[in-house]
Write a protein that binds this ligand. Structure first.
Ligand SMILES: Nc1ncnc2c1ncn2[C@@H]1O[C@H](COP(=O)(O)OP(=O)(O)OP(=O)(O)O)[C@@H](O)[C@H]1O
Ligand SMILES: [Mg+2]
Length: 307
């Protein structure tokens, strides 16, 4: 059975700044996300993960390429109807719960702001009921709605951010490092909450992180991004057990192992971006194992596959 593609990113370029200060943060990025799955984007700080999320949310313009949602192009100029649909159906949970909530607004307003924008005629009664439900859904208490963000811990603030997304009944959520700013003790709760929501409501996720060990638990497929380019993509277990690109292998070597004897013998790999010989032959996207794609030229692909 053909799986339904919910989101497709084609040859996406994103450029920050203008004229002499231009910086290309995303370079010819391609990936598909199927309905109901969790697709992970992993890569070091500054690799362009959040920028891709922002481009899908249309917070930053794309300099080239296409973003298709349910087959409709959503970057660039779009019709008011499509705009409304996208605002409702695609939500983002932001990286930093300390910075992403309006400090001067009460939780009640923060959670329902997006809803009021899209459902203009909503009654006060209905709005209150939806806020209360969203608050309960994320495991907070209804009386929190009359408080301000500064009264909450990091984990609670992130739940408020999640409630703000869930109240829209989205189909697709971009979760941008939703747990990295949180205490280790509350990380599992927030992850479990996201995965429960997926089961209950068939939500599709783009999950962004820089830590492959977290990704292993929650994603179905992973794209590895380095300096604005996706260098490797495969199903999660395949990627972790048969990593091919030296950058992915370096990322994996930094994951702590459950077995301490193994841990001591382990060698931390360092990725040298100059290890590629791209002067004679440019890299291209190659399927080196079934469903497992790597950015490589033929010479290095041969070498990697021999190892
Ligand atoms: N508003 C901006 N103006 C100019 N450059 C920016 C802007 N936002 C991000 N950048 C640059 O674009 C690149 C990609 O940034 P981005 O925030 O997408 O990375 P990231 O992968 O999300 O990193 P992190 O893991 O730290 O969140 C970085 O080099 C960053 O400095
Ligand atoms: Mg980021």
């Amino acid at each position: 059975m053909e799986r339904e593609v919910l989101l497709e990113v084609k040859d996406l370029d994103v450029i920050y700044g203008e004229r002499k200060k231009k910086y290309k943060a995303v370079k010819k990025v391609n990936f598909k996300i199927y309905k109901g799955e969790t697709f992970g984007l992993v890569g070091e700080s500054g690799s362009g993960k959040t920028t891709i999320g922002r481009a899908i949310m249309r917070i930053v313009p794309s300099a080239g390429g296409e973003i298709l949602y349910k087959g409709d192009k959503i970057n660039g100029r779009i019709s008011p109807e499509l705009d409304r649909k996208v605002i409702k159906e695609i939500q983002m949970i932001f990286q930093d719960p300390q910075a992403s909530l309006n400090e001067r607004a009460k939780v009640d307003y923060i959670i329902s702001e997006g809803l009021m924008n899209i459902e203009k005629g909503i009654s006060e009664e209905e709005r209150k009921a939806r806020v209360e439900q969203a608050i309960l859904d994320v495991g907070l208490l209804p009386e929190f709605s009359s408080r301000f963000p500064h009264e909450f811990s990091g984990g609670q603030r992130q739940r408020i951010g999640i409630a703000r997304a869930l109240i829209m009944n989205p189909e697709f959520i971009i979760a941008d490092e939703p747990i990295s700013a949180l205490d280790v003790s509350v990380r599992a709760q927030v992850l479990n909450l996201l995965s429960d929501m997926q089961k209950k409501r068939q939500i599709t996720y783009l999950f962004i992180a820089h830590d492959l060990s977290v990704m292993r638990f929650i994603t179905d497929r992973i794209g590895v991004i380095h300096k604005g380019r996706i260098v490797e993509m495969a199903e999660t277990e395949e990627l972790i057990t048969h990593a091919i690109h030296p950058y992915t292998r370096a990322l994996l070597s930094a994951i702590p192992m459950p077995d301490p004897r193994h841990e001591r013998k382990k060698k931390l790999l360092v990725y040298d971006p100059d290890c590629h010989d791209y002067a004679r032959e440019e890299p291209a996207w190659m399927e080196l194992r079934e469903g497992h794609f790597v950015l490589a030229n033929t010479k290095e692909a041969d070498e990697w596959m021999k190892e």
